[in-house]
Design a binder for this molecule. Structure first.
Ligand code: SER
Length: 319
């Protein structure tokens, strides 16, 4: 990776991945793009407004900056996708198809995240294998499985260097996620610090895979830098670091903030989605093929999140 384009750079992952890649590869070598200007990522390196559904503009930017690697992070998440399934298909698949086509024309490598949402109710729930039944029941999941298949197809058919991981819910403290089933695991920290209470939309015993953002960022870089001759899989690798229920994360926060209280107001759409997803993925292939090794667990992540978000409220950066 020498010249990188991030598409959807204003989102939860993109806003931090832009900063992370600029530190490693140099600010001028990482071009951020999004449908609108996004404070933060526009300041310290090149930024372009891009509606990724306009393939010609995507091709123009790849040519203009001599891009060799595209990170396509555009997606409507699972709960939003159920409100607007056709829109989710149009945006999620449109972004991916344009990325794959432009990348094929210019010989770029492509990273597009897949998700735990690519699995469905008849996938094995515990230690979900790398290669197993994938029959998701959300439009988000249908797009993710289709994206995985397309990534492998473009690799086999056109020799395109496509790589991907199945991200769990990502926990972060810079940009909020929006419209996902796992969002509660981010929102809980902001509400705990601000209001000392949180109303959880996901049932108390729903296990889902989660990951702290620094591990997610390392996964992107490590996989894209991996020796291709070692990769038996490409689209897409299971990765995992922690799995918990709302009750478990509530207790982890309450241990550090005894006054914190949580109640439930279940969102039936999110409950059904959470119920259809695995409890915890088996990430053996990622460990063996490219050395995946997460550093953060529930305890260290909880400490760090409370410290960083607490400081933002103290400094008046959040109200
Ligand atoms: N965070 C996503 C969602 O909840 C899952 O990949 O939709």
């Amino acid at each position: 990776m020498k010249k990188i384009l991030i598409v959807g750079a204003g989102g939860q992952i993109g806003s931090e991945l832009t900063y992370h890649l600029r530190k490693i590869y140099g600010a001028s070598n990482v071009v951020a793009s999004d449908i609108r200007r996004t404070p933060g990522i526009t300041d310290d390196g090149p930024f372009e407004v891009l509606d990724v559904l306009e393939a010609q503009r995507l091709a123009f930017l790849v040519h203009k900056y001599n891009i060799d690697t595209i990170f396509n992070l555009v997606a409507l998440l699972s709960a939003t996708g159920e409100k607007n399934p056709i829109g989710a298909w149009r945006i999620n698949m449109g972004a991916l198809m344009n990325t794959l086509e432009v990348a094929t024309s210019f010989g770029c490598s492509v990273f597009t995240p897949s998700s735990i949402g690519a699995f469905g109710p008849n996938s094995p729930k515990d230690k979900t294998p790398q290669d197993t039944v994938m029959r998701p029941t959300t439009m988000y999941g249908v797009c993710k499985v289709s994206g995985e298949l397309l990534g492998d197809y473009y690799h086999q058919r056109f020799g395109l260097d496509t790589r991907s991981v199945r991200f769990p819910g990502i926990i972060s403290n810079v940009t909020l996620p929006g419209g996902g089933t796992t969002d509660y695991a981010v929102e809980i920290f902001y509400e705990a610090i601000k209001n000392k209470r949180f109303t959880c939309p996901v049932p108390e015993n729903s296990y889902m895979d989660m990951m702290y953002m620094p591990d997610a960022l390392n996964a992107c870089v490590q996989l894209m830098e991996a020796d291709p001759s070692k990769l038996k899989h490409r689209n897409s690798f299971n990765i995992a670091s922690m799995s918990f229920t709302p009750e478990i994360i509530y207790k982890a926060i309450k241990k550090r903030m005894p006054e914190f209280e949580m109640t439930y107001d279940i969102d039936p759409v999110k409950a059904a989605i959470a119920d259809s997803w695995p409890n915890m993925l088996d990430d053996t292939c990622a460990r063996e093929e490219w050395g995946w090794a997460p550093k953060w667990d529930l305890e260290s992540m909880t400490d760090d999140m409370l410290k960083i978000i607490g400081q933002k409220y103290k400094d008046g950066l959040l109200k």
